[in-house]
Design a protein around this ligand. Sequence first.
Ligand code: BG6
Length: 491
Amino acid sequence: MNKENPTSLIVIFGATGDLAQRKLYPSIYRLYKNGSISKNFAVVGVARRPLSNEEFRANVTKSVSSAANGEGNAEEFSSHFYYHPFDVTSSNSYQQLKDLLGSLDHDYETNGNRIFYLAMAPEFFGTIASNLKAEGLTETAGWKRLVIEKPFGHSLPSAKELNEEIREAFHESEIYRIDHYLGKEMVQNIEVIRFANALFEPLWNNRYISNIQITSSEVLGVEDRGRYYENSGALRDMVQNHMLQMVALLAMEPPIKLNPEEIRSEKVKVLRALRTIEQDEIENYFVRGQYGQGVIAEDTVLGYREENSVDPDSNTETFVAGKLVIDNFRWAGVPIYIRTGKRMYSKSTKIVVQFKDIPMNLYYNLGEKVDPNLLVIHIQPEEGITLHLNAKKSGKDITTTPIKLDYSNNCIDGINTPEAYERLIYDAMRGDMTNFTHWDEVALSWSFIDQVSKAWESKKASDFPNYEAGSTGPKKADELLEKDGFHWWPV
Ligand code: BG6
């Protein structure tokens, strides 16, 4: 196998869905355009509705048009795409797909390498995986890999059940569980900032850090995903996966090598050290919120309970703030606060590492205490880091002024950060599992999250909706930090 220009058939289940059209096709197109994948590839789109190859290719051409930017090779790219109308439970469907893969394998000389990408309703994940094996589609001369989108279960027991099903057909080393945050440039940069600088790692512990804050806020509401979201809520949609993955990267020990096994083993240790919150203590650690009506960019927007496919009396949270405690030597006593929500005032993901105050303040900043040092990691939409320091204010008096050292990825000339999905598809094709979640991580995250969701499901939130669309979330999220003597840094 050529590791750098991999060759494979990619079978996408859910080929007419939103994710495939908005993210997967443009990402594969960019890989094609920049020569990252070999021309020996073909994509088979699988979905229920009947479509001809021509119709499917026209859809693909359309979905890559902005990435293609008039370059004229979108049609040539789409000619690698084939469509297979499919019924998940019919043996016939799998047999026809098997024949199609066999002939494409031959035509495109893909050496029997196959990626099965499940980008569709999660209730079919298990059935598809077992049928792929039962019908012989996984018997191939090359490698086979299963790429699986979230949600990976709904709780620990359901995730286990799904895992057992897919493990009958694929080995753990063939399962690529997507967490698209792990494909983001600045999430990948967390490790580099920490472990490639002599400056930070010695300070990266409870002697010098007072708290860490991770915020991922969105302006969009639930849109047309009401049915899914009602059963998920922000806790399962964002915290179980993306937020806990960022926590693990921030808190892990330096791995002994930069390989998937070593990195994962350090992340797993962090998740194991997360203090389990007892049911009757949830309110001291977690805050839930739901947006009501509000104004965003001068438009009045609906409250969550008025959205499509949402129960008018819904108990589903669209906002979560939490205080996580990591019980290990490095982090004992350092709270990690997280918050995420829909319909907030800005679209932004940021990490703020707040350092402890200096032992004795000699300087005053306009009569105030000097500001603490902060390291801010901007994940999106800006990508970069800012270090907040104090310096002398120009002039005769010795007073201080806060200053910022800024590094912005976006300002580097010619840089074109690949989309998260572009990287992840490329990694899956090359067989690099570093930025995918292993079952051990998934299981530990669910067991932590299940405690919170059980407490919330057993008791209806009496104050929903409790934050206005376009705001920073419920007041209780501020109180969560205030009672520890902290406040959220603006994002
Ligand atoms: C997805 C969630 O995993 O992440 C969505 O299902 C959310 O609800 C999205 O909007 C946020 O991703 P990003 O990359 O826009 O921060």
